[in-house]
Design a binder for this molecule. Sequence first.
Ligand code: TXA
Ligand code: MG
Length: 305
Amino acid sequence: MISRSELLAAAEAIRAGELVAFPTETVYGLGANALDPEAVARIYEAKGRPASSPLIVHVASVEQARELAADWPDSAQKLAELFWPGPLTLVVHKNPIIPDRLTGGLDTVGLRMPANTIALALIREAGVPLAAPSANRFTELSPTTAQHVRESLGDRVALILDGGPTDVGIESTVLAVSPPCLLRPGSITREQIESVIGPISVDASDQIGRSPGQHARHYQPRTRLVLARANELPAGRGAYLFVSVPGKAAQPIHMPADARAYAQRLYALLHELDAQNLDWIAVEPPPEGSEWDGIRDRLRRASAV
Ligand code: TXA
Ligand code: MG
């Protein structure tokens, strides 16, 4: 955990337009003052991220989110009341005080209130909302520990707040609010959202351009990652992440059959395996069911060539 003086130094750095990496419940974020276009530009530069890919803005209350939105539909209010603080990003029309640079020129903004005491304390202490993508270089695996951030961006940030390993382990669910469209699956499932706002009728695949920043190749370890059954493992030395049937791999790794536990473990494990110079990392296709949608999505992107 962090000391009071570290928190104050981090808040001061944010107000000065610098970058601070901080923990959330999902993955570590690379934070800057969301209302300062130059600070926002520094995020893109540090990550090597294309300017067209919008950032999520982190807030410490529903009221703060409403101030950053041009309109706040009832459905957004209901979802925020139920799932915030938590791993759900709501995309709504933006208030003009949000710099265009932050949204890649879109007239919408993604807002979320993270369920992490350090993140919330930093937002409150800095007195400004925090723009933050995952604290990794563009296309790489997201960080779930402060050490992952140090390895990827250590020389590019003023400070890294260490809150220990993250709970959820994969990035938030991203929902465009009206019309409702699931732009990125995550640990808050389609069913959970539909139980609050009714059926999500718009398919994200019909919405090319609606969520720039969702690239087919993304979330990738350096080691080649393939989705494979136990009897389809490549030749050479590799690790096999399985839930049901172990394969003949140098390293068979039994993964939790519970989607939440699996997600929490996944990136940390991939970071670890990536350091071992294996020929491949193979992963058994995850089970059916919407609680696995986020994991399935990340593994599909991690294995895309
Ligand atoms: O869990 C998370 O969401 C983490 C933590 C740090 O909060 N953040 C994260 O940010 O994963 P990032 O930048 O790696 O992914 C954000 C994605 C963008 O790539 C884009 O697909 C979507 O969220 N997004 C953000 N703003 C959007 C907008 N206005 N319209 C559509 N999609 C948006
Ligand atoms: Mg990311």
